[in-house]
Design a protein around this ligand. Structure first.
Ligand code: TNX
Length: 545
């Protein structure tokens, strides 16, 4: 939900008082004694999603007060601005609800919440952090800024839910004492938005980015083109966006990102420590491009724009040389917009392309990605062609996926292809939860919250012969044939997305549905306070009002 509505706000504040593990009421007084005082009990240190790797509770809690300062200990010069930005981001999170000034300062003498990049903390890696909480303050330590940012998300979840409100709330703002030392299981923890089937405005995408950041997702894959719409301006082929972007599923007005808007999205994502992975889906899923330029079609005739939801009917013309001029131009312009290392070229459901043409096309499309210095990502059908060294395949099979297809994926991993796991019957966020779910699809089956969470990425394809170390991570795609507003995105993504985030971040040893569902339940009031429209799955013991 875009605006923070009255309903979620009310819901959140009611729940604040009763939510298990968030605050609780002191033990009953002796008979005849004073009336029971509400003693706020801080959220237990481990009570966050994703579960931290190591938690050592103990010692005095810390309370944020009007005197608290945010101390940025800027570390190496190249990171100084980013550390300060993270300090300001934290202040921005805390100020509305606490009403405190929370100045961001580098005054080393002050006490409060300290953010520091420690040269000696290499074991925390690219994204890990340590959070130490005690009477004197909170110290977040990391080796890289991303770690501080993730530590801020943990700190945020340790505070009362009401901290998420955008108006002043009553404290106290107490954080339990102890130490969390936390590093991710996988380097790749992604979410995908299909901005083609329904165009999503930059503000819609930014809102989703903010929601992803809360759960330490670090990759945003944007599915920028499909049969129904081309969503990114390409200067050398202007009709792609101008005409190919002019509609969407159901025939609405569509839209596209100008390069300036797209750069702004990329930098917004970076400010939330997310890397954007752009996808141009080829050689199938290309009706919008084929409609825009007649010369890209084998018969030289442009088809009409398409607003339905079928797949597999369109193909770029593999034998024509102009096809590769197009691919080179698009990949070059997209690579120039992409500070991240990956560029996704789709490659799925090319049912209208012969196998020989598919293999030839994917060879040349991959070469273009390499030419412009990026790492190839493709849907796992790429393993039916010849993945280039270093290529990454995104597995989207499901329980019904045949043994031969799995074996082909496994064979590629033995030659060095690495995998992003997006099993459709686990983490496709457009799958219905059950038969009563209004939105979404069900071709891969119903996917309740437990099914979405309860699998192990390391062993998921082990029986087919995929080694554990071939798994780069997980990604939760959100296809938008049936979705257009943020409310609709949210009710499908939440609360499955936090589960995927936990699969990607938390050590396998913490994996347990029964304890997870309790931690997830505590996220309900937080999501509500943030205005996130989540599905109240009956499998999760949400706090009662
Ligand atoms: C399959 S997943 C597709 C998409 C659809 C999605 C709907 C994949 C690589 N292809 O084109 O949007 O199912 O669930």
């Amino acid at each position: 939900m875009r605006e923070r509505g009255t309903l979620p706000r009310l819901f959140g504040s009611l729940l604040l008082v009763v939510a298990a593990g968030i605050s609780s009421v002191a033990a009953a007084p002796e008979r005849g004694g004073p009336a029971p005082a509400r003693t706020p009990v801080a959220t237990p240190l481990g009570q966050v999603v994703p579960a931290p790797a190591r938690v050592k509770p103990g010692g005095s809690p810390y309370a944020i007060t009007a005197r608290t300062r945010i101390l940025v200990d800027e570390g190496p010069r190249r990171d100084a601005r980013e550390v300060r930005r993270i300090g300001s981001y934290l202040a921005g999170l805390l100020r509305p609800a606490t009403g405190y000034a929370l100045p961001v300062t580098d005054d080393r003498g002050a006490a409060g919440i300290r953010l520091r990049l420690g040269a000696g903390d290499r074991s925390l890696g690219e994204e890990g952090y340590r959070l130490e909480s005690g009477r004197g303050g909170i110290t977040l330590t990391a080796h890289k800024p991303a770690g501080l940012f993730h530590g801020v998300q943990t700190l945020r979840q340790l505070l009362p839910v009401s901290v998420e409100k955008d108006s002043r709330q009553r404290g106290p703002w107490t954080i339990a004492g102890g130490t969390i030392t936390d590093t991710p299981r996988y380097a790749y923890r992604g979410a995908m938005l299909d901005v083609s089937r329904h165009f999503l405005t930059p503000d819609q995408v930014k809102l989703y980015i903010d929601q992803l950041a809360l759960y330490k997702i670090n990759k945003l894959h944007l599915h920028l083109s499909d049969d129904q719409g081309w969503r990114i301006a390409i200067d050398s082929w202007p009709r792609l966006a101008g005409y190919g972007g002019s509609t969407q599923v159901g025939g609405g007005p569509g839209g596209y990102y100008t390069k300036a808007q797209y750069r702004d999205l990329v930098s917004y994502a970076a400010s939330r420590q997310l890397e954007v992975i752009p996808e141009i889906d080829m050689p199938g899923h290309t009706n919008a491009a084929l409609a825009s330029y007649a010369e890209l079609n084998c018969d030289g005739v442009a088809p009409p724009l398409y607003t339905g939801t079928s797949v597999g009917f369109s193909s770029l013309c593999a034998p024509k040389e102009i096809t590769y001029d197009f691919v080179d131009d698009v990949v070059r312009e997209l690579a120039a917009l992409t500070p991240g290392k990956y560029l996704h070229i789709g490659g799925d459901e090319a049912h209208s392309t012969s196998h020989a043409d598919y293999v030839a096309f994917m060879d040349r499309a991959q070469a273009a990605v390499q030419k412009y210095g990026k790492t190839v990502v493709g849907w796992h059908q790429l393993t039916g062609a010849t993945p280039v060294p270093g290529a990454v395949a995104q597995y989207w099979g499901y329980d019904a996926t045949g043994a031969a297809e799995r074996a082909q994926v496994a064979a590629a991993t033995r030659k060095g292809t690495r995998l992003i796991l997006s099993p459709a019957d686990r983490v496709y966020l457009d799958m219905k939860y059950d038969k009563n779910t209004v939105l979404g699809q069900s071709w891969a089956g119903y996917t309740e919250v437990d099914r979405s969470y309860d699998w192990n990425p390391a062993t998921y394809l082990a029986a087919a012969g995929v080694p554990e170390d071939a798994v780069l991570g997980v990604e939760a795609p959100l296809w938008t044939e049936t979705l257009a507003t943020n409310d609709q995105l949210e009710v499908m993504a939440f609360p499955r997305l936090p589960g995927v985030a936990e699969l990607g971040w938390s050590p396998a040893a913490t994996h347990d549905w029964d304890t997870y569902k309790t931690r997830l339940a505590a996220q309900g009031p937080r999501m509500a306070a943030l205005g996130i429209d989540y599905y109240r799955s009956p499998l999760v013991p949400w706090p009662t009002e």
